[in-house]
Write a protein that binds this ligand. Structure first.
Ligand code: DGL
Length: 285
């Protein structure tokens, strides 16, 4: 396989990064992707930074050794905050793209200058997020909410035996967390822009829209990250000039956890058939 045809690695603690994979596939239709969902260890947002760093290194090493990836997208705000610096130091030649909550893009959209941010506890507590917030705080009021339990409920919402309970939990958590942030709307005292600072939350956008009404803008990072990946690959001359063909699947999804859950999520959100998903229990350790 020439270097151009090697896949791009994408990973998340679970199914949240599928929202980024979707944007990557649209932006880079000629590329092959291998997506690693560390479902067995989700949620990352409520684990220690050292645990997340260790998982990130294990996964990057696995994707490089077993799938010969040519670039890596860390489709997880929490893992980016905890591990991207170390990851860059360990793999200086690997094009790497991380995610951070879209505070800067939100600034360009907000008229009321009141911006809500939903993210995991790990992201909100990280030094990286503190620096990001400090860099924009003089320009608007940011209401930051750590959303314990939400990513896990979204993970469970794709499992047939847990879906109903998970959906009720999601509704309750969204209600509680948005209430805690304050009033939403287009009036000057209201939050008019909400940053989805965790890739899982993109899958509850519809529920949020219903809850917050038509005047609130929701901001996520999938598309800008896909464009950034495109730019990096082009600069490194690693773009695949031709669409993948033959027996090679353009996308492969790998889970450390429940195969059926990943298959259901891939089918529901990306329209992918179950056979593109495989389990790698050996990566559990
Ligand atoms: N999807 C991840 C993020 O963007 C992490 C969710 C979790 O595992 O807590 O932060």
């Amino acid at each position: 396989m020439t270097s151009d045809q090697r896949p791009i690695g994408v990973f998340d603690s679970g199914i949240g990064g599928l929202s980024v994979l979707q944007a990557l596939q649209t932006e880079l239709p000629n590329e092959r992707f291998v997506y690693l969902a560390d479902n067995a260890h989700a949620p990352y947002g409520e684990k220690s930074e050292s645990f997340i760093r260790q998982r990130t290194h294990t996964i990057a090493d696995y994707l490089l050794a077993q799938h010969h990836i040519k670039a890596l997208v860390v489709a997880c705000n929490t893992a980016t905050a905890a591990a991207i610096h170390e990851l860059r130091a360990r793999h200086p030649a690997l094009p790497l793209v991380g995610l951070e909550p879209a505070l800067k893009p939100a600034l360009t959209l907000s008229r009321t200058r009141r911006i809500g941010v939903m993210a995991t506890r790990g992201t909100v507590a990280s030094d990286k997020f503190a620096r990001l917030l400090a860099s924009v705080q003089s320009e608007a009021h940011f209401e930051v909410q750590a959303c314990n339990g939400l990513a896990l409920a979204i993970e469970h919402s794709t499992l047939p035996d847990r879906a109903v309970t998970a959906q009720a939990q999601i509704a309750q958590l969204l209600h509680n967390y948005t209430q805690a942030m304050g009033r939403f709307g287009a009036e000057s005292s209201e939050i008019d822009t909400l940053v989805l600072g965790c890739t899982h939350y993109v899958f509850v956008e519809k529920d949020l829209r219903q809850l917050l009404g038509p005047h609130v803008q929701l901001v996520s990072t999938g598309e800008p990250v896909a464009r950034q990946t495109h730019r990096l690959l082009a600069a490194a001359q690693l773009l695949n000039p031709q669409a993948p063909h033959g027996a090679a699947q353009p996308v492969r999804l790998v889970t450390t956890g429940d195969l059926q859950g990943l298959q259901a999520a891939a089918q529901r959100w990306l329209g992918l058939p179950p056979e593109v998903c495989v389990a790698v229990p050996a990566l559990l350790r």
